[in-house]
Design a protein. Structure first.
Length: 285
């Protein structure tokens, strides 16, 4: 395993300014961080250009690694009428504009999700994942597909079959430990997947019992890996065995973390990873 988390996912610093996020990344030993497209929109509206974001992040020695998420990659995209204006703003980015934003930021990859639980024939998922991979390749981007238990790509089995059948050289999986355990954990399937096709791993923990609804637990109450009741170490052991830990980052949608300073976030993240490394070393293969 690497010496530290390699990517600071935007959720972990969602209440922070651009420069505060960079401070958290530096303190925590993260060489890279991600951005939500809504972040880019807000930062640019506040007078910070994308060119300046790239310059400032380079001054801090931090790469901009991922733009996340793209939701409008499936046909006839439309949001539910019940969606709040804030939630709509988070996902309402058209495909071409999203890809152009990713190219301008100089990120390495994009993350794609289906977030509303809309049902499509399975071949539509495969065809459109292949299509977005082909489009992204023109922009020099890799694409990882993330499954979520409340979506129509709810688990590892579904996501892997989409990636496998699409069979694109720049297409792979993102494994989020929270989604993995809240959905249908499948260790035997995970152990059979080529590790090089797991492009990114996001780590978070939670208690077994939901804190409110599934969505509320997801967006407000994630815990540091090891602080909850999910077998995060067991998941990491499988990923380590198959070579699927090439990119391991921290993604906490957490009201408690929202209140921390950038330096506190960095220190806690670094200490948490050190604990994980020690626990992994003590865990039998």
């Amino acid at each position: 395993m690497q010496k530290n988390y390699d990517v600071l996912w935007a959720a972990t610093v969602r209440t922070k300014s651009f420069e505060e996020r960079l401070i958290a990344a530096v303190v925590g030993g993260f060489p890279a961080m991600t951005l939500f497209p809504i972040d880019v929109q807000r930062f640019t509206a506040g007078g910070l250009s994308i060119a300046e974001m790239r310059r400032i992040s380079a001054d801090y020695g931090i790469r901009l690694a991922v733009l996340d998420p793209l939701t409008q990659w499936l046909p006839d995209w439309q949001s539910p009428a019940s969606l709040s204006s804030e939630d709509l703003a988070f996902v309402n980015f058209e495909e071409t504009a999203f890809l152009q934003m990713a190219e301008r930021l100089g990120v390495e990859s994009i993350n794609v999700i289906e977030t509303f639980g809309r049902v499509y024939p399975f071949d539509v998922f495969v065809e459109n994942f292949a299509r977005i991979c082909d489009r992204a390749r023109e922009f020099g981007l890799k694409v990882h597909l993330e499954f979520m238990p409340f979506s129509s790509i709810p688990d590892l089995a579904t996501a892997w079959e989409i990636v496998r059948q699409a069979n694109r050289p720049n297409g792979g999986l993102l494994i989020d430990s929270w989604h993995y355990f809240r959905g249908t954990p499948n260790p035997s399937l995970l152990a059979s997947i080529p590790g090089e096709l797991i492009f990114r791993v996001q780590l978070a923990d939670a208690l077994t019992e939901l804190h409110g609804s599934l969505f509320e637990d997801l967006m407000h109450h994630r815990l540091l890996p090891g602080d909850g009741e999910m077998d995060v170490l067991g998941l990491m052991q499988i990923l380590k065995t198959i070579g699927g830990l090439s990119s391991v980052g921290l993604e906490l949608f957490s009201d408690a973390f929202d209140e921390l300073s950038p330096s506190e976030i960095g220190h806690r993240a670094q200490a948490n990873f050190d604990q994980l490394v020690l626990a992994m070393a003590d865990r039998p293969d």
